[in-house]
Design a protein around this ligand. Structure first.
Ligand SMILES: C[S@@+](CC[C@H](N)C(=O)[O-])C[C@H]1O[C@@H](n2cnc3c(N)ncnc32)[C@H](O)[C@@H]1O
Length: 333
C-alpha cells in the first residue's frame, strides 16, 4: 500500500467493492468504474493478494520448480498483481506477457503498471495462443458462471503450466478441487498435492474440510499506519491470510519421497497435542502430534511457522515421525 491518502469516499468505494466480492455479485457486471478505483484496489486488496502469491512461489521454490516458458498469460488480470509478483520471483529471459480481463480499463491499468516495473518485457495482445504459455489465475473463480468456468478449463488444457491462487474459503477451495479433478489427466500436479491421484478431500468423511494454507503476513501489516487504517475502515482481520492454490505442469515432475505429506488447513491445538490434517497419496486424515515428542514442530505450528511439506510416519492415528522435507533435503546436501 502506498502512503498516498485514501479519501473518505474512496474507502466507501473499497468497502462496496469488497461487498461485491463477498456476496458473489462481482460476476454480474464489470465493476472497474475508473482507473482510480483500480489504483485503490492495487494499493490495498491486491497487495494482500501479492502476499498469497509470494507464499505459493516460495512453495514452488522449495520444490525447485521453474517456469517452462517465458510466455505468460495473466487471465482475469485486474491490476496485474499476479503477473507482477510472478515475474519478480523468476529471472525469465525475453518475457512475453499477455494481460487479459473482461474490463478493458483493467488491462490498460495493468499494462501501464507492468511497463513501469518491467520496461523490457514484451506485452502481447490476447488471443487463444496465449493459453499455451504459463497461465496465471488469481481470485477469479467466484466470478465465473459454471459455463464460463467450463469454457475456461477447455482452453486451459493447452497451457504449459497453470498457477491458480484463490481465497482460502471453503467454497473457493472446493471449486479449485473440482478444477484439479477436471485437469489432472492433462497435467502433473506440482502443488500443493504430494500425489497425482484423486483428491482425498473428495472422500465423504472429509466433506467438512477444505484445502487451505496460510500465507506469511509481513510485519508492516501490524506496524504501519496505512494498514491499521485499512483494517479499521474495511474491517478485515490482517493477522491471518488463508489461501487455496493449485499448480499444474505439462512436464513430468520429480517424484516426492515416499512418506511425503502436505499439512493442510488450520491446525487445532489442544493441551499436549496438535490435531494435524495431513494429505498423502493414501488420503486425507487427521493425526495427533504430541507436544512432548515434537516440541519444536508444536511450537512452529503454534506460531504459524511450520513447513507444510513434510516427511511423516503415523501409527494408530498418532504422528511417530515428522520432519520438514526442506530440512531433510538440507541434511542430504
Ligand atoms: C477479484 S478480481 C482479481 C483480479 C486479479 N486477478 C487479482 O488477483 O488481483 C477478478 C477479476 O476478474 C475479472 N473478470 C471477471 N469475470 C471475467 C470474465 N468472465 N472474463 C475475464 N475477466 C473476468 C474482473 O474484471 C476482475 O478484474
Amino acid at each position: 500500500m502506498s502512503d498516498a491518502t485514501i479519501l473518505f469516499h474512496e474507502w466507501q468505494q473499497l468497502r462496496a467493492l469488497r461487498k461485491r466480492f463477498l456476496e458473489g455479485s462481482a460476476s454480474k457486471q464489470d465493476y472497474w468504474e475508473s482507473l482510480r478505483l483500480l489504483e485503490l484496489y492495487d494499493q490495498t486488496f491486491a497487495e494482500r493478494i501479492a502476499w498469497k502469491w509470494q507464499y505459493v512461489l516460495l512453495q514452488l521454490h522449495r520444490l525447485r520448480w521453474q517456469p517452462p516458458t517465458s510466455a505468460v498469460l495473466d487471465w482475469g488480470c485486474g491490476t496485474g498483481i499476479a503477473s507482477r509478483t510472478f515475474l519478480r520471483a523468476f529471472a525469465l529471459p525475453d518475457v512475453r506477457l499477455t494481460l487479459y480481463d473482461r474490463s478493458a480499463l483493467a488491462v490498460k491499468f495493468a499494462e501501464q503498471k507492468h511497463r513501469e516495473v518491467f520496461p523490457h518485457i514484451s506485452l502481447l495482445p490476447f488471443n487463444d495462443t496465449a493459453f499455451q504459455g504459463v497461465v496465471l489465475l488469481s481470485h477469479i473463480i467466484t466470478e465465473l458462471s459454471p459455463q464460463d468456468l467450463d469454457a475456461l478449463l477447455q482452453r486451459l488444457r493447452a497451457a504449459a503450466a497453470i498457477l491458480w491462487v484463490e481465497s482460502g474459503e471453503y467454497h473457493t477451495s472446493r471449486k479449485l478441487i473440482d478444477v484439479r479433478e477436471q485437469l489432472r489427466s492433462d497435467f502433473h500436479v506440482v502443488a500443493p498435492c504430494t500425489h497425482q491421484g484423486r483428491c482425498g478431500l473428495l472422500a465423504e468423511e472429509n466433506a467438512p474440510h477444505w484445502c487451505h494454507h496460510f500465507a506469511h503476513v509481513p510485519q508492516a501489516a501490524f506496524t504501519e499506519k496505512r494498514w491499521s487504517e485499512f483494517k479499521a475502515r474495511i474491517g478485515i482481520d490482517l493477522s491471518q491470510l488463508p489461501l487455496s492454490y493449485l499448480v499444474l505442469d505439462k512436464r513430468a515432475i520429480p517424484l516426492l519421497p515416499r512418506l511425503s505429506s502436505r499439512l493442510i488447513g488450520g491446525t487445532r491445538l489442544y493441551k499436549g497435542y496438535a490435531a494435524v490434517l495431513a494429505c498423502t497419496e493414501q488420503g486425507v486424515a487427521e493425526y495427533h502430534l504430541s507436544q512432548r515428542h515434537f516440541p519444536q514442530v508444536y511450537r512452529q505450528i503454534k506460531k504459524g511457522e511450520a513447513d507444510t511439506l513434510v516427511s511423516m510416519q503415523t501409527e494408530q492415528g498418532k504422528v511417530v515421525h515428522l520432519e520438514s522435507l526442506a530440512v531433510q533435503e538440507m541434511r542430504k546436501a
